[in-house]
Design a protein around this ligand. Structure first.
Ligand SMILES: Cc1cc2nc3c(=O)[nH]c(=O)nc-3n(C[C@H](O)[C@H](O)[C@H](O)COP(=O)(O)OP(=O)(O)OC[C@H]3O[C@@H](n4cnc5c(N)ncnc54)[C@H](O)[C@@H]3O)c2cc1C
Length: 479
């Protein structure tokens, strides 16, 4: 494994930092009105936080996210210091018809945390964290990054369900679903959200929980950033300190055989074991599957479960050991440079031979480095009823996300053709997708992604954001 230290780091680190010159796709709707200079200055003066304009140093950093092709040119970046700043920003965007992008960790594949001609609301002023260990929960500011949460909760031998990249924001992660190494046992990130405080499109600052605005509480657990700006999440904490975990790398010229080994391994695994795989291929190298396994329970039981996989002749690297959960989560780098990528994603219940052959064939013909995350949903994730939260994928199966990186100025076409060819041949279940790994794919794909929950999400959207102020996301349209 010469280029991948660890699963999600595959997405994070394999290409060099690329400039934003040329070949940048236009991201979104253009503003209807452009506020006057005096209007902008007056708005900025009324804020406790800071405003960045084109030309300011931080503006350059904050106008870009992970998805380099969508780097936008907002008229302002607002670094909100408190909820009043958010309320003022919501009001200003709304009355001036300005696109409003919310930025937490900036990792949106679809580039929704930036925009052209509008406002980027930077939530990094909301990085507070309060742990109530005795009560088993933590309050996370709506701008926290996953890594910061994990470092602090680990001090009390606790953890909530977060992902594998420290710089992913809890905002996007929790609102869209949230998959990570503890999910087999404790559910998705969003299943661990007990309550949240949000600034709504009409400027009210409200709380959502089982007892307060329960329809909103339902919708923000999987419905993305469609309903308001979260200033605080309350999440469940679990006792997690030592785990049997690490990566196992399989390598073979026969990728189909590797994928079948992976399929056999995940069949019937218990809740305590969560498995996420990264398939990687590039010309001139044998394909690999980097499997991250995390067993939360008696290590001797975990060892027995993992033994069949670890003894496969295709194993070229095995780093599974008893370690602190924090160590597992900190393998990936904290700073992720922007990348140019094309993506496709989907969900299927049955990882059958046909799908394996299609994936293996496409990857064997990859003209450049291509990667695919295979995230096994099972256990606690799949025992939640579809209607209990907005997240629709509640049966055991695999959510996948394929990426093809490219280099400007002319690499996009080849990457996009390769992705499109795979998309047209790989069958998906079609009644749900993980919105956090989707590209900009159009209204019909978004409707299908929310699956059986779309109609109810439309109703909640009509109540809380009837003018669709929060549109830079996998957007729910009013009925
Ligand atoms: C390198 C990398 C690693 C990843 N690893 C994982 C992983 O391990 N598990 C996993 O499930 N996913 C993972 N993802 C996908 C990730 O969950 C999504 O990209 C997610 O949207 C990122 O959240 P963010 O806050 O960093 O992104 P941002 O781009 O800042 O936000 C994305 C969207 O979330 C909404 N949003 C964010 N914060 C708020 C808020 N406070 N209030 C209201 N809306 C808000 C907005 O609509 C915004 O457009 C990864 C992505 C990358 C690029």
């Amino acid at each position: 494994m010469d280029r991948r230290a660890f699963l999600w780091q595959g997405v994070c680190s394999s290409l060099p930092l690329l400039g934003s010159n040329g070949f940048v796709r236009q991201p979104g709707p253009r503003p209807v009105l452009r506020p006057s200079e005096s209007g902008l200055s007056e708005f900025a003066k009324g804020l406790s936080g800071t405003v960045f304009r084109p030309g300011d140093t931080d503006y350059e950093r904050l106008r870009k996210g992970y998805a380099a092709k969508y780097a936008g040119h907002p008229v302002l970046v607002v670094h909100a210091a408190n909820a009043q700043d958010i309320q003022a920003t919501v009001k200003f965007s709304s009355s001036n018809h300005l696109p409003l992008a919310v930025r937490c960790g900036g990792h949106s594949y679809a580039g929704y945390s930036t925009c052209d001609g509008g406002i980027v609301l930077d939530m990094s002023g909301f990085r507070s964290l309060a742990i109530a260990a005795d009560e088993g929960h933590a309050r996370l500011g709506g701008g926290m990054l996953c890594g910061g949460v994990e470092v602090e909760t680990a001090k009390s031998g606790l953890a909530t369900v977060l992902g594998q990249c420290p710089s992913v924001g809890v905002g996007g992660f929790l609102l869209g679903g949230g998959v990570g190494p503890l999910m087999g046992k404790y559910g998705l990130g969003c299943d661990n959200v007990l309550a949240a405080e949000l600034v709504l499109a009409d400027g009210r600052h409200v709380r959502a929980s089982e007892h307060e605005n329960p329809d909103l509480y339902w919708a923000i657990r999987g419905g993305g950033g469609n309903f308001g700006i979260v200033t605080e999440f309350v999440v469940t904490l679990h006792p997690v300190s030592r785990v049997l975990a690490g990566i196992i790398v399989l390598e073979s010229a026969d990728l189909g055989a590797l994928l079948r080994e992976f399929r056999e391994f995940i069949a019937g695994i218990p809740d305590e074991l969560t498995v996420i795989a990264l398939v990687a291929a590039r010309p001139g190298h044998k394909p690999q599957i980097v499997i991250e396994a995390c067993y939360v329970g008696d290590p001797s039981v975990g060892e027995k479960l993992l033994a069949p996989l670890r003894h496969q002749p295709s194993v070229v690297h095995d780093a599974v050991q008893i370690r602190s959960y924090l160590e597992l989560e900190q393998v990936t780098s904290a700073e992720i440079p922007p990348r140019y990528e094309e993506h496709c994603s989907g969900f299927f219940t049955d990882f059958d031979d046909q799908r394996i052959e299609i994936l293996a064939d496409a990857f064997s013909r990859a003209p450049f480095l291509v990667e695919c995350f295979l995230v096994h949903l099972h256990g606690a994730v799949s025992r939640v009823p579809v209607s209990a939260t907005a997240f629709p994928l509640r049966r055991a199966g695999i959510t996948f996300d394929v990426s093809a990186g490219w280099t400007p100025p002319d690499g996009q076409r080849a990457a996009s053709d390769w992705i499109e060819a795979l998309k047209t041949t790989l069958p998906v279940d079609g009644d749900g997708n993980y919105v956090n790994v989707m590209e900009r794919e159009g209204d019909e794909s978004v409707r299908l992604a929310y699956g059986a929950n779309y109609a109810r999400l439309q109703q909640v959207k009509a109540v809380y954001d009837p003018q669709n102020l929060f549109s830079l996301n996998q957007n729910i349209r009013r009925a």
